[in-house]
Ligand binder design. Structure first.
Ligand SMILES: Cc1cc2nc3c(=O)[nH]c(=O)nc-3n(C[C@H](O)[C@H](O)[C@H](O)COP(=O)(O)OP(=O)(O)OC[C@H]3O[C@@H](n4cnc5c(N)ncnc54)[C@H](O)[C@@H]3O)c2cc1C
Length: 456
């Protein structure tokens, strides 16, 4: 088939590109190729009863399929240039924010209406954080919730499905540069296009890397974030979560001057497994539906590791730490903060007797056997710092799940139009290494769609 534009990957980046393109250029022939399933067939087999932990499905329904890694996420759309990616470095701060606002507007149109927008503007918590060596980053956060997020995606698909050709369970294996445009080789055959938008996210990172090598597109990689997911009674963090929902707080450790930050906060949420290329790590989300809310809040504490030459494989470093936890625990390990501080492992009995009831079935163990000292020390320091603004955080019963890893895709060399050195080949979303969030990835899709429509 011959297309004007082929989009590889139907995560937020890809679907927002498809939406905007088909809106601006209804005459365009657009195709979207997605390695995972369509939305209705996305189902993680873990049910907590028969299947308790990850069985490494051929296609991970959490990470792949229509909606991308974001489909079963908490649907927290952060409108900010302070975190979530560095899109603003390419397209400018003002445009980046405008595009994120636009994405929010579209989400409201397709089912998100009525959900709450939180903001750090004017909050007294900023001062409280600063008084305790904590830095609260500024943002507006739209919380769709896992259930609403799904509805928005469903409605969104209904809107665009007849305007573009969607191919599910259809990974793209290769892209070849032709004199005018590209040949895209997918599971269902070869297709040509004038412009190609690659939006393959985290799950497509290995493929992206090999494609860049083959097409001679420069890449670089040197960062990974490693840490734990903290789970505690929702009341302890309610001062922060009631007002801000998600707060991004950064702490600079005294010992090593490393930055530790909170990440992906889920009031009344659940802790979940995440499988990336067979390695099981931890994540979390929460539901908008009151019936699905739990009594716990969870969030990640992550330490950023930047490596310098000659070491290049930052993801490999984090993967080996995650593998170690998988080796010891058969998956994710859970430990009480009190046990960690006393230098002993948590046991089934201690977890059973714990005041905080875990929302994820994980193996009780000892995180100090998994996490490097420098990272663990940073996490412990930050827990004590958070205890000053949210007393109870450093209680013995606080649960720590490990490991949580935030992998960063290697950064693909792209210009201010998010275009590679090959004219007409764009790389957007998390797969580009430029974005790390729903709002930034979606905004990058809208941006490129508008560029292509403008240039036509
Ligand atoms: C459990 C979880 C919770 C999260 N919660 C939040 C949150 O609350 N807020 C937030 O901002 N971010 C959150 N994130 C991160 C967010 O989901 C991502 O930043 C976002 O989805 C990136 O969008 P993307 O389109 O770039 O990539 P993705 O969403 O990863 O989509 C890429 C798509 O490309 C497909 N693909 C890969 N390779 C190929 C190929 N070769 N051919 C065809 N298709 C391919 C994949 O199957 C996938 O569906 C969460 C992530 C997870 C895993």
């Amino acid at each position: 088939m011959k297309y004007d534009v082929i989009i590889v990957g139907a995560g937020p980046g890809g679907i927002f590109a498809a939406y905007e393109l088909t809106k601006l250029k209804p005459q365009f022939k657009v195709a979207v190729f997605e390695a995972g399933h369509s939305l209705e067939f996305r189902k993680c087999p873990i049910d907590g009863k028969k299947i308790k932990s990850c069985i490494s499905c051929k296609t991970c329904s959490i990470m792949s399929g229509f909606g991308g890694a974001g489909a079963f996420s908490d649907g927290k759309y952060n409108i900010t240039n302070d975190f979530g990616g560095t899109l603003h470095e390419f397209i400018g701060k003002k445009e980046a924010i405008e595009l994120m606002e636009y994405v929010d507007h579209i989400n409201m149109q397709y089912g998100g209406e009525g959900t709450r927008m939180y903001s750090t503007a004017g909050t007294h918590l900023k001062k409280l954080c600063l008084q305790n060596k904590l830095n609260l980053l500024e943002a507006k956060v739209r919380h769709l919730g896992t259930d609403k997020n799904y509805i928005v995606l469903k409605n969104f698909y209904e809107e665009i499905k007849d305007k573009a050709d969607f191919f599910f369970d259809c990974p793209v294996t290769d892209i070849k540069k032709q004199e005018h445009g590209f040949t895209v080789i997918a599971k269902n055959g070869e297709h040509t296009c004038t412009d190609c938008i690659i939006s393959v996210g985290r799950s497509g990172s290995s493929w992206m890397e090999s494609l860049c090598k083959k097409l001679n597109i420069p890449t670089k990689s040197n960062r990974v974030d490693i840490g734990v997911r903290v789970e505690l009674p929702a009341e302890i963090f309610s001062t922060l979560t009631d007002e801000l929902y998600e707060s991004k707080i950064v702490y600079r450790t005294e010992k090593f001057e490393d930055n530790v930050r909170t990440f992906c906060m889920n009031p009344n949420g659940i802790v979940v497994n995440e499988n990336t290329n067979g390695i099981v790590t931890v994540n979390g989300h929460s539901f908008e539906d009151p019936a699905k809310k739990t009594r716990n809040t969870n969030f990640a504490l992550l330490v950023a590791k930047h490596f310098s030459e000659p070491f290049k494989d930052s993801n490999g470093y984090a993967e080996s730490i995650a593998r170690l936890s998988n080796m010891l625990g058969g998956g994710v390990i859970v430990q009480r903060f009190g046990d960690l501080i006393r230098g002993r492992r948590s046991t089934e009995k201690r977890i059973e007797e714990n005041v905080t009831v875990p929302t994820l079935s994980a193996t009780p163990g000892d995180l100090s056997l998994v996490l490097p000292k420098r990272i663990l020390d940073g996490i412990i320091e930050m827990i004590y710092a958070l205890d000053k603004i949210a007393p109870g955080t450093a209680n013995d019963d606080t649960l720590l799940y490990g490991v949580e890893v935030k992998f960063y895709n290697m950064q693909v060399e792209i210009d201010k139009n998010l275009q590679t050195k090959l004219k007409g080949l764009y790389v957007i979303g998390d797969g580009s290494g430029v974005t790390h969030s729903l709002s930034h990835a979606s905004a990058s899709g809208v941006f490129v769609a508008r560029k292509i429509a403008e240039d036509e």
